[in-house]
Design a binder for this molecule. Sequence first.
Ligand code: SF4
Length: 388
Amino acid sequence: MGDGDDFKMPVTYPHWGSVTYVLESLLRELKMKDIMPPIKPTKHTAELGARYGPEFICTPFKLTLGTFIEMLDKGADQLAMGGCNSFCRFGYYWPVQKLILEDLGYDFKFFHVDYESPRMLLKNLKEASGGLNTLQTIRALQVTWLKNRLTDLTDEMLFKYRALEIEKGVTDRLAQKMFRKIVETKGVCNIRRLHRELPKIFEKEINIKKEKNVLKVAVCGEIYAVIEPALNLDVHRKLNELGVICESTATLTRFSDVPRVLNPFYQMHWQKARELGRPYVANRIGGETMENLGDIIQYKQEGWDGLVHIYPFTCMPEIITRAIAPQLSKENDMPFLSLVVDEHTGEAGFQTRIEAFIDLLRRRKQEKLSKTKNRNEKFTESEMGVYV
Ligand code: SF4
């Protein structure tokens, strides 16, 4: 790949929450001419994936396969997909999807990005690019990791401000505007400037309720499920609508942010979580098992109120997280709700479980606050000599 007519062939890629904008930016930087951003997965997308995918394959496979089928039907000729020697089924995703799509009679090219190591990532991107040299490819990668930091920051703002906004919908609209702006912004200096300005833009444009003791819940789990709202049933929105600030523990930056990953003096959040999780799962087994377990300890230390764990049906690594997490949650006094999702997950049951969990967290927090208040009152009175 990489020469002549390939760059006039419409290229598409999987839909993946806010990462979709990062992938679009990457393809633009690689000088791909005809980019077809994927449409948001729907029930129909999941049905297509389930119809043509292996029965017991994990749900992200089905959702991405369904997206590819829909996009090929809309005229895409090239499919871009990440993949590496994974610890779990992810390593089989693109080769198996390729076989299925060929069997279905589609004529297309697969543009496979192996991110096993930064060197491999660079090599693959260079080969796939519109004739970029090594330096230009590094530049494209740099723009991508900087933009990924920006999309993560926008998500962070969205998941915080939406929980507290006075006028409903204003944060969503601003976040969508920002995502588009991130894709359109050119040049490293402008991207860095936008990074500095972004929190101020949210602060200026959104009026929020001044509430004390707002609940804070981290959303952890399998990376695709955590980031893609079509699979996680828009769990961040559900939490925000209950007045809860949330944050995603898994983001693409762990793969794209080469300088931070390689910097021995900088510890990313997931790196610390992995260290904390290592005593419970000594080796990497795929998914985000080590990090999710470590996050139970890490988020407790950071004063968060609980974790919602989302994992796709038949995801083997995250079934292990689910098995170990209750013990760790008990030891650390950190509430942990595990929810499995697939194309059959019912909205109502999912919502009820989230609401029940948040009710429990709210009661816990109130009890803790009243105990602290009582203790403080007692302490003041004992200082005055009332209590001995
Ligand atoms: S982590 Fe789980 S859902 Fe993701 S590819 Fe691996 S087995 Fe499938």
